[in-house]
Write a protein that binds this ligand. Structure first.
Ligand SMILES: O=P(O)(O)OC[C@H]1O[C@H](OP(=O)(O)OP(=O)(O)O)[C@H](O)[C@@H]1O
Ligand code: HPA
Ligand SMILES: [Mg+2]
Length: 183
């Protein structure tokens, strides 16, 4: 049964079933592309927790996982453009194939910075998987190899994405009603 729409949402953009189906397709591609390679999945806390958990469990190749926390949004709905490392990796990425797993590419500032940062640590390769992308919001180009869905330029929540730390546990992605944050 489909989950009921949260009252703070205008619309559901990606249902739980659509997300899981698309992640299964991406997992097949990742399995194929990294077969026989030593793959490290890097999840970006906290938003990517759901996509990391679901995507990683759909992979059949052996992988390891590590986590970084970087924040550019704080508690608002606009990127500050300043990326801060709140928690760094436990792993040395030198010589390793890294796949960054993210929930959303919005302005692109977080991921373009992070991909460069990990590359500069000597990773053998750095690629990006993201559940969502807002194409119209891009301030910088991000080379995303595994993309779930392109979505319109609205503030969205659910499936890991928050507004002021709320709504992350909704199993679908929806547009947050403006009345919730414009008050
Ligand atoms: O493309 P950008 O405009 O840089 O935005 C994308 C980033 O912003 C959000 O993180 P946030 O800073 O809200 O942290 P969170 O994951 O803990 O919510 C999101 O999870 C991405 O990491
Ligand atoms: O649309 C969004 N929703 C929640 N968090 C975000 N971080 C960047 N864009 C978004
Ligand atoms: Mg956030």
């Amino acid at each position: 049964m489909a989950a009921e729409q949260h009252p703070d949402l205008d619309e559901i953009l990606i249902t739980e079933a659509q997300m899981q189906e698309r992640l299964a397709e991406l997992a097949k591609e990742i399995d194929r592309d990294y077969e026989g390679k030593d793959l490290l999945l890097v999840g970006v806390l906290k938003g990517a927790v759901m996509v990391m958990a679901d995507l990683a469990r759909k992979l059949t190749i052996p992988v390891t996982m590590d986590w970084m926390a970087v924040s550019s949004y704080g508690s608002g709905t606009k990127s500050s453009g300043v990326v801060r490392i709140l928690k760094d990796l436990d792993t040395d990425v030198a010589g390793r194939h890294v796949l960054i797993v993210e929930d959303i590419i919005d302005s692109g500032l977080t991921l373009s910075w992070l991909a460069r940062n990990l590359q500069s640590r000597g990773a053998a390769s750095v690629a990006i998987a993201s559940a969502l992308r807002k194409k119209e919001a891009a301030k910088v180009d991000v080379d995303v190899r595994y993309l779930g869905f392109d979505i319109p330029n609205h503030f969205v929540v659910g499936y890991g994405l928050d507004y002021a730390e709320q709504y992350r546990t909704l199993p679908y992605v929806g547009i947050l009603a403006k009345r919730v944050y414009e008050r």
